[in-house]
Ligand binder design. Structure first.
Ligand SMILES: NC(=O)c1ccc[n+]([C@@H]2O[C@H](COP(=O)([O-])OP(=O)(O)OC[C@H]3O[C@@H](n4cnc5c(N)ncnc54)[C@H](O)[C@@H]3O)[C@@H](O)[C@H]2O)c1
Length: 446
């Protein structure tokens, strides 16, 4: 059945294209054209952090007939205006604009909030949204520190909210099939999970001088709980991820997705117990960042080992892929990435036969849309989504324990999850809880 909303969107897309083609541009607000009493099966969403991923995820929401955008918030007013205009033109929605997300959360008609802010904001945004009775789609990594992940997991349960973490590979058929092949014994007993991620962007940006805060930006609100520092473009939109105060480098950015697959294969929702880390800044490029460009991390588990191998600035990797994951068993290897998988059998020299069947699939791709749809369905059904907070937490913890190990130069750390501490390093323990800049305070929920 074509809903009224679908027709309205079709109309807006078509009329936008038509008016653009004749060189004029005028789109009536949809509410004026059609009227828009939201039926009870509609989900009203709001977005905090509108620049890149957050906006992409909002669009994936709005591509569904049963989702409306009722509010958008950003601390960069020029960017916010652009994004609101795009939403109005493309989808016909009329979101209210906010620069302070706390004010936005008072808007009664918001059912769910999408969080697309830098990692250092996720915890406050999420807990405040949950406390305001909203469900939450929060981008990965779940948060920038271990304690924030703990708080968010507790908050989701305390406020009884549906929370989806943006590890969208959990909604991928490529990875679902890969998991089921490994679990059903296609490659024999699993011995190793090898992960690699080599991307140029992991080096960070070319150094630039500090400068005045750009017009229209509430920089103090961008920093939020992070320490104060003069404005610098490299510490801002997009490239913040290379500075510890806001992100965890390429490991927490990309590695978290792939580590998540290494845990999912055994349905392991367990924090790491031990980590061995080697990390340096070895590239000769003049780039600005705190985080590492070269990392090797090992997580031993009872039955198998997860290896993470990262060389930022290099666009080559095993199997001619700059990132990927391989599951290695006695009888074969399954190599996977978002686009597909390949089963590579081992040869049995005695029997003169392959130990498993070769197989290949390469019609996968990005799965944000599927992950978003799963979230919307769960908002309606109140079921647990594909990547609940417990799953987001353990993936993020794997990244954080390794980053802490590298930052303090102690290559072997033992994590005691029950007591929320490292049992062999007091120095490492000082990195568990972030120091928030006043007046911001860690939510008091644990
Ligand atoms: N799932 C994925 O594949 C994927 C891919 C890329 C990024 N991400 C995640 O998405 C998040 C955002 O990354 P990005 O690349 O879009 O960053 P970005 O810097 O491009 O965008 C962040 C936006 O948040 C806004 N912002 C900052 N503080 C704010 C506040 N207090 N209130 C409102 N808005 C605020 C900024 O002005 C900016 O518009 C990160 O957590 C990142 O790890 C996920």
């Amino acid at each position: 059945m074509k809903t009224e909303r679908h027709s309205r969107r079709d109309f807006i897309r078509k009329s936008t294209a038509a008016t653009a083609a004749v060189g004029t541009f005028s789109v009536f607000p949809a509410s004026v054209v059609f009227g828009k009493p939201a039926p009870s099966d509609q989900v009203n969403v709001a977005l905090i952090g509108c620049r890149n991923m957050g906006f992409g995820i909002l669009k994936h929401h709005l591509d569904n007939d049963d989702v409306n955008c009722v509010a958008m918030c950003d601390v960069d007013s020029g960017l916010l205006q652009e994004r609101v205009t795009e939403v109005r033109k493309t989808y016909g929605d009329e979101p209210k604009r906010y620069s302070d997300y706390r004010k936005m959360l008072g808007q009664k008609d918001i059912d769910a909030v999408i969080i697309g802010t830098p990692d250092h904001w996720h915890c406050l945004n999420m807990v405040d949204a949950a406390a305001a009775g909203k469900d939450v789609y929060v981008e990965k990594p779940m948060a920038n520190t271990i304690e924030e992940c703990n708080i968010m997991t507790a908050a989701a349960s305390y406020y009884d909210r549906v929370v989806q973490v943006g590890q969208q590979q959990r909604s991928s058929n490529v990875f679902r099939e890969t998991m089921s092949m490994v679990r059903s014994g296609t490659i024999g007993p699993l011995r190793k999970v090898n992960i690699w991620a080599n991307f140029n962007y992991g080096l960070g940006a070319t150094p630039v001088m500090d400068e005045p805060v750009p017009d229209g930006v509430d920089y103090d609100m961008w920093l939020g709980p992070a320490p104060s520092r003069p404005f610098n473009r490299n510490h801002f939109h997009g490239s913040w991820r290379h500075y510890w105060n806001y992100g965890g480098g390429m490991f927490s950015d990309w590695g978290v997705h792939l580590i998540d697959m290494g845990l999912w294969v055994k349905n392991q929702v367990k924090a790491p117990t031990e980590v061995m880390t080697f990390a340096t800044n070895n590239s000769g490029f003049e780039k600005s960042r705190d985080t590492f460009d070269t990392m090797n991390v090992m997580f031993p588990t009872k039955d198998f080992v997860i290896n993470y191998d990262m060389t930022a600035g290099v666009q080559e990797g095993p199997y001619d892929n700059l990132y990927g994951i391989s599951f290695i068993g006695d009888r074969g290897t399954i190599k996977a990435d978002r686009s597909g998988y390949r089963v590579i059998p081992e040869w049995d020299g005695d029997k003169k036969e392959f130990m498993t069947e070769a197989k290949e699939f390469n019609k996968g791709g990005e799965t944000h849309a599927e992950h978003v749809r799963n979230f919307i369905d769960c908002v309606k059904s109140r079921k647990t989504p594909a990547c609940p907070p417990e799953v987001g937490r353990v993936a993020a913890l794997h990244v954080h324990v390794a980053n802490i190990s590298a930052r303090i130069g102690e290559p072997y750390l033992v994590w005691d999850d029950r007591n929320n501490r490292f049992s062999n390093s007091e120095r490492a323990n000082s990195y568990i809880v972030p120091q928030y800049r006043a007046p911001w305070r860690l939510p008091d929920i644990l």
